[in-house]
Design a binder for this molecule. Structure first.
Ligand SMILES: CC(C)(C)c1nc(N2CCN(c3ncccn3)CC2)c2cc(C(N)=O)c(N)nc2n1
Length: 329
């Protein structure tokens, strides 16, 4: 095959793979079998091996690279990754709302309510639209460099869709419930210790020194916050989430924007009851002031922003399954 032909085929393959990624991960509607998908990636890798000048940084072939690491390098975050204050009741939420309203001089405040995905925080840093580092949260200031593991996650863009000088985002890496159950079955069969919950499984998978192991764990990342952006101007959190979607990140579609705390509380109650129907675990909801200028007015303590709060769902009392009781009997 000549270079020109290979160039056309490589471009077509990358487009098609991208379409299937989006269908599979964002719309949760696979448009191709895993086997056919693997064939496309294998053909792309073969062409890039034959014509190395056709390799681009955003090619799916650049996801599972590298040999196993000896250890993880330390990465200092450009901005400290803040924590979240917690609310455990409707009253806690109302007093949060009262504090916020006071601090903005009685102006109307609108909140965005999001799932609190039960995974682990990751920070992704892009320069000139290319992924440079992916890191764990660590202590909020310094994390571990897990770039080559995060690159294996299909919904983590290797290259952003539009030019931007610097973009630092944070998100939650997690393992969907189905992948978690399947992994534990495999580990049980292999006599390996099982993971207690999807969060531990995700954390254990991202701490693998061999990226091939991380690549096999079906991890996902929902991105939820812009830490630093040099290259666009944004006024609300809603716009920030749309911007992140346009740049190619996976952003959770389920979010609710309202200034009415009664509506906010009933939305939270709705998901407290329905969360078991979700394909991933959530351990609460996060309330965030939508208007970024109001956020600046509210500021942050040394640990957490004054413009956001986490509502934690009551811890699950271990649901004893009938089968367990039968066995005991
Ligand atoms: C940007 C802010 C600070 C408002 C923020 N902080 C979060 N977290 C901080 C505390 N975190 C934390 N983790 C470990 C130790 C202390 N704090 C865990 C992430 C958020 C977590 C989620 C989520 N999980 O889905 C989310 N949709 N939005 C978040 N937004």
């Amino acid at each position: 095959m000549k270079l020109e032909e290979a160039k056309k085929r490589v471009h077509a393959l990358k487009e098609e793979i991208q379409v299937h990624n989006r269908a599979y991960y964002e719309l949760d509607r696979p448009t191709i079998s895993d086997a056919e998908y693997d064939l496309l990636v294998r053909e792309l890798v073969a062409l890039e091996t034959a014509f190395p000048e056709l390799v681009t940084p955003d090619s799916p072939s650049q996801r599972v690279g590298g040999k196993p690491l000896e250890g993880f390098k330390a990465v200092r975050h450009r901005e400290p990754l803040l924590s979240l204050g917690n609310a455990f009741s409707g009253e806690d939420l109302l007093s949060f709302h009262h504090r916020v309203t006071q601090a903005v001089g009685g102006d109307k405040v609108e909140y965005v309510v999001e799932f609190k995905i039960d995974g682990l925080t990751v920070a992704l840093s892009y320069q000139n639209s290319l992924l440079v580092t992916g890191a764990t949260r660590g202590d909020g200031e310094v994390g571990e460099d897990i770039t080559q593991n995060l690159k294996t996650i299909a919904t983590v863009p290797l290259q952003l869709n539009s030019p931007v000088a610097v973009l630092e985002v944070r998100g939650e890496a997690f393992m969907p419930k189905k992948a978690f159950l399947r992994l534990n079955e495999d580990r049980e069969e292999a006599g390996a210790p099982v993971f207690a919950n999807p969060r531990n499984a995700a954390a254990g998978s991202l701490r693998q020194l061999d990226p091939k192991v991380a690549a096999s764990r079906q991890l996902q990342v929902f991105v939820y916050d812009i830490l630093y952006l040099d290259g666009a101007s944004i006024d609300t959190h809603g716009e920030a989430l749309k911007y992140l979607e346009q740049q190619g990140f996976l952003v959770n579609q389920e979010r609710f924007c309202s200034g009415d705390m009664e509506q906010v509380i009933s939305y939270i109650r709705h998901w407290s009851e329905k969360r078991h129907e979700l394909p991933y675990e959530i351990d609460g909801m996060v309330l965030k002031v939508n208007d970024l200028s109001q956020r600046r007015e509210l500021g942050a303590t040394s640990k957490a922003p004054r413009w956001a709060i986490a509502y934690k769902f009551p811890a699950e009392q271990a649901r004893t399954r009938v089968t367990d009781i039968m066995v005991r009997v």
